[in-house]
Unconditional design. Structure first.
Length: 113
């Protein structure tokens, strides 16, 4: 018998298997998606929620770090435009979008920590 025909014949579904085999086939795929949800999607959603809270709570005088590595103090907020005005040196202010803020620095935290 031709080896290819033998492989195809053995791979053909058996008529005696019922609907239970289709559930057994999809169970590993479902488990993979559940594991992916708990290991990847849920923690990412949690981080995004925390970041959104931090950005909403920004106020004048907060020390922040931008995603570009610029340290500054919030000098003002433009809520409608979603813009933060940062004071980065004496008489030097820049405007960045709120989403450019990476994190809010703690009270005693310095640039090197």
């Amino acid at each position: 018998m031709n080896p290819l025909l033998f492989v195809l014949a053995s791979a053909a579904p058996n008529q005696q298997q019922g609907a239970g085999s289709s559930f057994g086939f999809f169970l590993p795929i479902i488990l993979i998606f559940v594991i992916m949800y708990f290991l990847m999607f849920r923690p990412q959603a949690k981080k995004q929620k925390e970041m959104r809270k931090m950005l909403e709570a920004l106020q004048k005088g907060d020390r922040v770090l931008t995603i570009g590595g610029v340290f500054g103090v919030v000098a003002g907020l433009k809520e409608k435009e979603n813009v933060v005005i940062l004071k980065i040196a004496d008489n030097v202010k820049i405007e960045v979008t709120k989403t450019a803020i990476a994190r809010k620095l703690a009270e005693g935290e310095t640039a090197g920590e």
